[in-house]
Design a protein around this ligand. Sequence first.
Ligand code: PFF
Length: 470
Amino acid sequence: MTELVQNPPLDGAADDTRKDHPLWSSRLAFILAASGSAVGLGNIWKFPYITSENGGGAFVLVYLFCIALIGIPIMIAEVMIGRRGGRSPLNSMRQLAQRDGLSRRWVWIGGMGMLASFLILSFYSVIGGWALSYVGNSAGGLFVGADTETIGAMFGNLLSDPYTLLLWHSVFMVLVIMIVARGLSSGMEKAINILMPVLFALILVMVGYAMSTDSFGAGVSFLFEPDFSKLTTEGVLTALGHAFFTLSLGMGVMMAYGSYLPKKVSIVKTAVTVSVVDTLVALLAGLAIFPLVFANGLEAGAGPGLIFQTLPLAFGQMSGGVLFGTLFFVLLVVAAVTSAISLLEPVVEWFEEQKGISRLGGTLIGGLSIWALGILTILSLNVWSDVHPLGMFERFEGKTFFDLFDYVTANLMMPLGGLAIAIFVGWFMSKQAGENELDMGNGLAYNLFMFVLRFITPTAVLVVFIYNLL
Ligand code: PFF
């Protein structure tokens, strides 16, 4: 049963936007939802190919380090801001700044995060659409016996056809809108309660399938045997950037989910659990994918095409390939949907706080605008592939709308958001706020957390940020 409880109003703060505020029904519900947000295309599509591009095991080690040292502290900070503010990211930041007598300018952390989630969902949904169309391709037996050219052409034809892309992008957004519009408990929580167990089951089935090949050992050593000679500075920075993306950090999503977190739940324990689940799924995805690639004598380092080109080739050559190929793309869709709903939620929560806008209205306004913006990504892949809107600036030369959205969110907005969140909680928010929200007492764990948030996290993020800008 879901409780509908009002978070206690914040003392001294304007409370005019506040209605009954629902809460996750349990700690588990939050863990599933936040893991659903974290586990997405980033784990199953991006992690395997950036791992192979950066030489395997050594990269994985650095990535684990980044998750532990930078990812987890920022996740704790974000969820804490959300729960304490009890509102959309923008209004939670306003509340917290007001409460501690800080500048109103801190509000931009929430605002920028919401803008970033808006932009990310517009292209995330297009890629989710690719996954949907590949469920059909696999189930229809199109991979069976196909050679590299055929599979390459299949992907090429999809990207070059704006109408097909629009169709799948629309189907994906409709799914997301339908879930989010129904609200926290009867929409998101219900969907997540079904989708997350399906996701876990599917990933285990896929790993089981990979174990049945004779290349499982090769996959394991590729992922877990570090060869530091293959690790570059760029690889380290990629690992850090990916830690942000994969944990859905720096953009208010965890704040929005945190705003529905009951007071009695431990933020630290849940943040650690969510990060562990996310990391496990990324590693399992690697264990599911690389053995299939190696078993078929294919190259692991196939870049973004690893999943949409190399893997279908493998499925086409293997026994049971139709079934397992289809299950794999269903897994990808499920992972993408549970992340996409978390990208829409902050925007919808904010709309709901405006006078006279219902949840349904907010979801439709937010969802349809994001859908419309997605058309720019679709056109970037074909008709407008030569349109480079900011081409006059050297940094953005040759970048389509899609490239720009991806670049600006991943390289500027997410790290800036993460940096600002770490600085806000580490240096500005009152000590009492942290002590109230986190059950770490005043001991070693709390001091360590604060030390990391004050010094390590901002330094690491700044280094990546500056490197990316140069
Ligand atoms: N964490 C998601 C993934 O790994 O695919 C992507 C994502 C979701 C990023 C939500 C950011 C976000 F706010």
